[in-house]
Design a protein around this ligand. Structure first.
Ligand code: ADP
Length: 671
C-alpha cells in the first residue's frame, strides 16, 4: 500500500497542517505501526483530534508516541516541532518528564487527571521558560476498557498568567505609590502645621478654609475658621482683601501684600483692629491645571509697622528739636567710609558746596589753625575706647571757607565700638557758641581789669596791717595782735583770689611767666601743709615720709598748685577728716598726690574738671563757694612745667588728685 493511499483513511482527513504532517509520516517505522493496524479507539481519537481547533495531543502506547493537532502546535515552540510528531513524549519533553511521567502512567492505569494553572518549565525556544497550562490527561480505551494511550486536552495560559503577574505588580506598584503619596501628603501637612509662617489653604471657588496651621489660627485665636468659607468666617474682609482673593482665584495670578492694612477683629464679636500683614496669595491648581483654591502665607507685622510709625514721629520731633536748638548734626560711618553733615553743620563750617563732606577736606581744613592739633588729639582720644569710652565734648573755632567768618562751636557726640573695640560710627551735634565765647572774653577782660585795680589798694592794706601788727606787738595788745592775724589771713585769701583771676587773664594772653629754681619739693609740701592746717583745723592733713626731693621748677607756681589741691580737698570733704599727701620719685619724674575722703566726682565730670570756670553742678556743691578757676590754673601751671595732672575719683568715697613734673624741669619721659 503506497503512502498516498494511506492518507486516504477517513480518520486522517483534514486537520490542517498537522493533518498533513501526520499523513506524511511513515507510521510503520514507529511503535504505533501502519495506520490500518491502529486500534479503533486510536483512530477515533485521532479523528476527533484532527477535526477540532481546540489544542489536543495523543500519547499512544507504552512509548507514549505523540500525535497532535494545529491547536496544540504552538505549545512546541520553535525547537520541538516538527520532529515531535510520531516520537515519544519521553524524548520531546525530556526536561519535564520527571514531572509528567507519573501522571501519564497513572492515566494508563485509568486515573484521569486535570489541573488548572499548572506550571511546566519547557525548553521549546532554546531556553527554559515557565509555561502555564489548564489541562486534562484522560485515558483512551477500547470497548473493553483497555487503555492504549493518553489524550491530552490543554490550553496554554502562560500569557494570561504573565499578564496577571504584571497586573499584580502594577497593583503593588500602585499601592506603593499610593502609600508614598499619602506619606508625602502627611509630611507636607506636618510641614504646613509646623511651619514658622502662618499658612492656610482656601478650597474651591467659595474659598473654604481647608487647612489652617496653628500660627494662622493664632491671628484669630477663638474664631472658627476650618470648614467655613472666608466670607462666612471673616466677613469683615469684604472691605479689604476679599477683592484681592477673588482676583487671585479668577485671574490665576499671585498677589504679594507688603505691610498691608487689614482692619480685622481678633476674637468673635471683638473690636475691629487695624492690623498689618505681609502675605502671599498663591493660586492652587488641580490636575488639569485649573485654579481650585488659594494658598495663603502670612506674617503679621502690626507691631513692626506701629513701631516704625512711632519712630517716624520721634524722628520728626527730633528734627524739630534740632531745628529749634539750631544744632548741626554729623554722622560718620567708618564701615562705609562716609560722613554726613546736615545743612546747619555745613553752615557752621562756612561750606557752600553740595558735595559729600570729608574728614580731611571739610572738617580739619575748616578748623581754626590754632585749634586743629588740639581737636585732632581729642578725636584720637574719642576713638580710643579705653581712654574716652567714645565720649566727645570739645569747643573749637571754625573759619568759613567762603565767608572767612570765625565761629566758636561746641561739639558733642559719641563714638560706637564693635566687639574688637574698633570705632564703627561717630555721631553728634554742633552748636554755635560764638556769642557766649565773646561774652566770656569780655568777662575775662573785665576780671583782669578789676583784679589789677584791686591789687594796688590790697598791697597798701597789707602794708598798713603790718604797721599795725608791729605796733600791737610792741604794746603787747594781744587782742589787737589776734585780730590783725585774722585780718591778715583774710587779706591773704583775697590776694590769692585776685592773683588767681589775674593769672587766668595772663594765661589767656599767653603771658604766665615761669621763674624756675632748684628747691626741695618735700620742704615746699611741708610748708603748704602747715599753712593749710591753720585754716582747716577740723581736718588732719598728713604728709608722707618721703626723703629729700630736689626739683627744678617755679616754687611759687608749684606752691599755688599744692595750695589749690589741698584747699579743694578741705572744701569738698565737709565730713571727711583725713587728707593724705604723698610724693614719689619714679625714674626722673616726681609724682605728688592729694587724697581726700570727700564727696568725690561723678565720672561724667572728670574730663571737664580742669576747664576754665567749670564747677560740678549739684546740690552738695552749691553751698561751697568757688569760681572754677583753681584746677584750670593748676593744669596750666603743670603743663608749663611739661607735666601731667589728673584725678581718680569715686562719687561719695573721695578723690585723689595727682600731678607729675620732670625732676630736672626737662621732659625725659612721662608717667
Ligand atoms: P572751685 O573749687 O573754685 O569751684 P576748682 O577749679 O578748684 O574750682 O574746682 C573745679 C570743680 O571741681 C569744683 O567746683 C568742684 O566741683 C570739683 N572739685 C575740685 N576738687 C575737688 C575735690 N577734692 N573733691 C570733689 N570735687 C572737687
Amino acid at each position: 500500500m503506497n503512502r498516498q493511499k494511506m492518507s486516504d483513511y477517513k480518520f486522517l482527513r483534514g486537520g490542517g497542517e498537522m493533518g498533513e504532517l501526520i499523513r506524511s509520516i511513515d507510521w510503520t517505522a514507529t511503535p504505533i505501526g501502519a495506520e490500518e493496524t491502529w486500534p479503533t479507539e486510536l483512530k477515533i481519537a485521532t479523528g476527533i483530534m484532527l477535526s477540532t481547533p481546540f489544542p489536543m495531543y495523543i500519547a499512544w502506547g507504552k512509548e507514549y508516541i505523540q500525535l497532535y493537532n494545529d491547536g496544540y502546535r504552538p505549545i512546541l515552540g520553535s525547537t520541538k516541532h516538527p520532529q515531535a510528531m510520531g516520537i515519544s513524549t519521553r524524548e520531546t519533553f525530556a526536561e519535564i518528564w520527571h514531572i509528567i511521567e507519573s501522571m501519564f502512567d497513572g492515566v494508563m492505569e485509568g486515573n484521569a487527571v486535570g489541573f488548572p494553572n499548572f506550571m511546566l518549565p519547557l525548553d521549546r525556544n532554546g531556553y527554559v521558560e515557565e509555561c502555564f497550562f489548564d489541562f486534562s490527561y484522560s485515558p483512551i480505551s477500547d470497548e473493553d476498557g483497555n487503555i492504549g494511550g493518553v489524550l491530552v486536552t490543554v490550553i496554554e495560559i502562560t500569557e494570561k498568567v504573565s499578564r496577571l503577574k504584571e497586573l499584580q505588580h502594577t497593583k503593588l506598584d500602585l499601592e506603593n505609590a499610593k502609600a508614598e503619596t499619602e506619606g508625602q501628603r502627611d509630611q507636607l501637612k506636618r510641614f504646613f502645621m509646623e511651619a514658622p509662617a502662618a499658612i492656610c489653604v482656601l478650597n474651591n471657588y467659595d474659598l473654604v478654609f481647608e487647612l489652617i496651621n496653628p500660627l494662622y489660627q493664632q491671628f484669630f485665636p477663638e474664631r472658627q475658621l476650618l470648614g467655613k468659607s472666608v466670607l462666612e468666617a471673616l466677613p469683615e474682609i469684604k472691605g479689604s482683601v476679599w477683592d484681592i482673593l477673588r482676583s487671585v482665584y479668577d485671574n490665576d495670578t499671585t498677589f504679594e501684600g507688603n505691610e498691608l492694612l487689614i482692619p480685622i477683629a481678633r476674637y468673635v464679636d471683638g473690636p475691629m483692629e487695624n492690623r498689618y500683614f505681609n502675605f502671599i496669595y498663591q493660586p492652587r491648581h488641580n490636575a488639569s491645571g485649573k485654579v481650585d483654591g488659594i494658598l495663603v502665607f502670612a506674617f503679621e507685622v502690626t507691631d513692626m509697622v506701629n513701631a516704625k510709625k512711632e519712630l517716624e514721629k520721634e524722628k520728626d520731633k527730633f528734627k524739630l528739636a534740632i531745628l529749634a536748638a539750631e544744632l548741626g548734626t554729623f554722622d560718620m560711618d567708618m564701615e562705609k567710609g562716609t560722613m554726613e553733615w546736615d545743612k546747619r553743620c555745613r553752615t557752621l563750617f562756612g561750606i557752600d558746596h553740595q558735595d559729600t563732606v570729608t574728614y580731611e577736606k571739610d572738617f580739619l581744613e575748616g578748623l581754626h589753625p590754632d585749634d586743629k592739633e588740639r581737636v585732632s588729639k581729642v578725636i584720637d582720644r574719642v576713638f580710643n575706647k579705653s581712654e574716652s569710652n567714645g565720649f566727645y565734648d570739645v569747643e573749637y573755632r571754625t573759619v568759613g571757607v567762603k565767608d572767612q567768618k570765625v565761629r566758636w562751636l561746641r561739639a558733642k557726640g559719641q563714638a560706637y565700638f564693635d566687639e574688637m573695640d574698633r570705632p564703627y560710627r561717630f555721631i553728634g551735634s554742633v552748636l554755635e557758641i560764638t556769642d557766649k565765647k565773646q561774652e566770656e572774653l569780655r568777662k575775662n577782660d573785665f576780671i583782669a581789669m578789676v583784679s589789677h585795680e584791686l591789687k594796688t589798694p590790697l598791697t597798701s592794706l597789707n602794708g598798713y596791717i603790718q604797721m599795725l601788727q608791729i605796733k600791737a606787738t610792741k604794746n603787747a595788745d594781744t587782742f589787737a595782735t589776734g585780730t590783725l592775724n585774722k585780718v591778715t589771713q583774710q587779706v591773704k585769701k583775697m590776694t590769692g583770689m585776685i592773683n588767681g583771676f589775674l593769672n587766668v587773664s595772663q594765661i589767656e594772653a599767653g603771658k604766665i611767666p615761669l621763674n624756675k629754681s632748684e628747691f626741695l619739693l618735700n620742704d615746699l609740701i611741708k610748708e603748704v601743709i602747715a599753712a593749710c592746717a591753720l585754716i582747716a583745723p577740723d581736718h588732719v592733713i598728713t604728709d608722707c615720709p618721703c626723703g629729700p626731693l630736689p626739683v627744678y621748677a617755679d616754687y611759687d607756681r608749684i606752691e599755688q598748685v599744692m595750695l589749690n589741691l589741698i584747699n579743694n580737698a578741705v572744701k569738698y570733704s565737709p565730713n571727711g577728716k583725713q587728707i593724705k599727701i604723698e610724693c614719689q620719685l619714679i625714674d626722673e619724674i616726681v609724682r605728688v598726690s592729694v587724697k581726700d575722703e570727700g564727696m568725690g566726682i561723678e565720672p561724667a565730670y572728670v574730663d571737664k574738671l580742669f576747664d576754665r570756670f567749670f564747677r560740678v553742678e549739684g546740690n552738695h556743691t552749691k553751698a561751697i563757694p568757688g569760681f572754677g578757676i583753681g584746677l584750670y590754673l593748676c593744669a596750666e601751671i603743670i603743663q608749663l612745667h611739661e607735666g601731667k595732672i589728673w584725678v581718680e575719683s569715686q562719687s561719695g568715697v573721695g578723690s585723689v588728685f595727682y600731678f607729675s613734673i620732670p625732676k630736672l624741669g626737662i621732659l625725659s619721659g612721662s608717667l
